[in-house]
Write a protein that binds this ligand. Structure first.
Ligand SMILES: O=C(CO)[C@H](O)[C@H](O)COP(=O)(O)O
Length: 254
């Protein structure tokens, strides 16, 4: 494991994916809100500047959308770009959201590039989920499991304890700027109810108009792309998103 990967802090201090409900009362306060802007719709010719601006404006981590043109009908960037970014941002927590058909193929290259959290979709590898989780950990990264909107929670249930985070997609993966799918919130609610300390991330159409639904459902890791990137005042949008989520986390604790 690289030093910068080790230094990365996960949103749930305990690092425990799930605990029994009766153990949670004194522990929910450890759940942390984290805002991770997606750089997908930023000016990618200025990736470092765009990233630095997001961090200066309060981002806790960067959500890097890696698309292979097979799993989703779009192409972005891969490990060479991530490695360059890591070189310039040695202390930033980097998540790669792997929208790829073969998540195993990119584990070593992404680990070598300095990724902290490797989030992959379970849909292309239904019979190899545990194997992929194990390889990600062996490579020194945290494990995120991502679900497309059409994938039910039952598909991931038995693997939650093997993950550090579950990503509930609130749009069809592939493009930024789509409409938030409110009907994904029951998945988030179910996860939060049954896994009080689990890091739950939402991604897709999340902004000031939709953050309330995410926060109330129990999401604590917030990916937001266009709502932050296109904002005139990124700092205030990030602060607003954080405030809404922290209010919900606080309500759970009292
Ligand atoms: O994973 C993604 C698309 O597949 C993006 O992270 C996501 O859509 C962010 O952009 P926006 O907030 O504009 O929806």
């Amino acid at each position: 494991m690289r030093a910068d990967q080790q230094a990365g802090e996960c949103a749930c201090e305990s690092g425990v994916a799930g605990i029994a409900l009766n153990e949670m009362n004194n522990m929910t306060r450890l759940l942390k809100c984290r805002i991770g802007p997606s750089v997908l719709n930023s000016d990618l010719s200025q990736l470092l500047n765009e990233s630095q601006k997001l961090l200066d404006n309060g981002a806790d981590y960067l959500h890097l959308d890696v698309m292979d043109g097979h799993f989703v009908p779009n192409l972005t960037f891969g490990h060479p770009v991530v490695k360059c970014l890591r070189g310039k941002l040695p202390n930033t927590y980097l998540e790669t959201h792997m929208m790829v058909s073969d998540p195993i193929q990119w584990i070593e290259p992404m680990s070598d590039a300095g990724v902290n959290l490797y989030t992959f979709h379970i849909e292309p590898v239904p019979n190899d989920i545990l194997k992929v989780c194990r390889k990600i950990r062996e490579a020194g990264m945290k494990v995120g499991l991502a679900l497309k909107p059409g994938t039910g929670i039952e598909a991931v249930r038995q693997f939650i304890d093997s993950a550090d985070m579950i990503l509930i997609m609130t749009v069809e993966p592939g493009f930024g700027g789509q409409k938030f799918m409110n009907d994904m919130m029951p998945k988030v609610q179910w996860l939060r109810k049954n896994y009080p300390l689990l890091d739950i991330e939402v991604d897709g159409g999340v902004g000031l108009n939709t953050i309330n639904a995410c926060a109330e459902a129990g999401a604590n890791m917030i990916v937001s792309g266009t709502a932050i990137i296109n904002a005139l005042d990124q700092k205030s949008v990030i602060a607003n998103l954080r405030e809404t989520v922290e209010r919900s986390i606080h309500k759970c604790n009292v």
